[in-house]
Design a protein around this ligand. Sequence first.
Ligand code: CA
Length: 229
Amino acid sequence: MAGDQPTVLLVEDEPAQREVLAYNLEAEGFRVAKAENGEEGLLLVDEEAPDVIVLDWMLPSVSGIEVCRRLKMRSETRSIPVIMLSARSEEVDRVRGLETGADDYVVKPYSVVELMARVRTQLRRTRPAAIGERLEFEDIVLDAETHRVTRSDKALKLGPTEFRLLSTLMEKPGRVWSRDQLLDRVWGRDIYVDTRTVDVHVGRLRKALCQHGGADPVRTVRGAGYALG
Ligand code: CA
């Protein structure tokens, strides 16, 4: 499976709820990592680098609130959106009052459809290309739903790897991606690919982006990696 598939980390101690949610998230095309408690959840955040976390409040030992607080304290995990699940709306008010930094709250029993919509809303912020949005950078337009890329309104021919590479770069223009980060995102963590492969595909992407003329928008950052713009 391609590494550009968004990963949702699900931290829920009730097996039935966990499985129903995992099933629905997978049906939406997401990769799902499952944790039964807060400690496991915190470990999996580092292992799986999830794009969004669905976190139950009531967990054995380390509570969801504590997990959220720890995630929001660390600079490496702070920007991962957290959707907190809680049993009653009064609890949601309390969680809000505690300023845990959760990005959204859903009251149990929730509708699965609604929760999926909330997950997509968070991903729209953090992984727009992965959920079929249209991305623009200068004169380049990438439509993640139709897989079409144009530059100055002219269609560009791109291979599938170059397309994923471009969508990753276009999600965060200006951000410098290391070769390892691009490998994780474009090829996936489970596949062994040499970092030189990244250079080869960046080269192809550059050629493709300039096939009808125009300046090369991909920047090589010495000793660091690549950035768009
Ligand atoms: Ca629970």
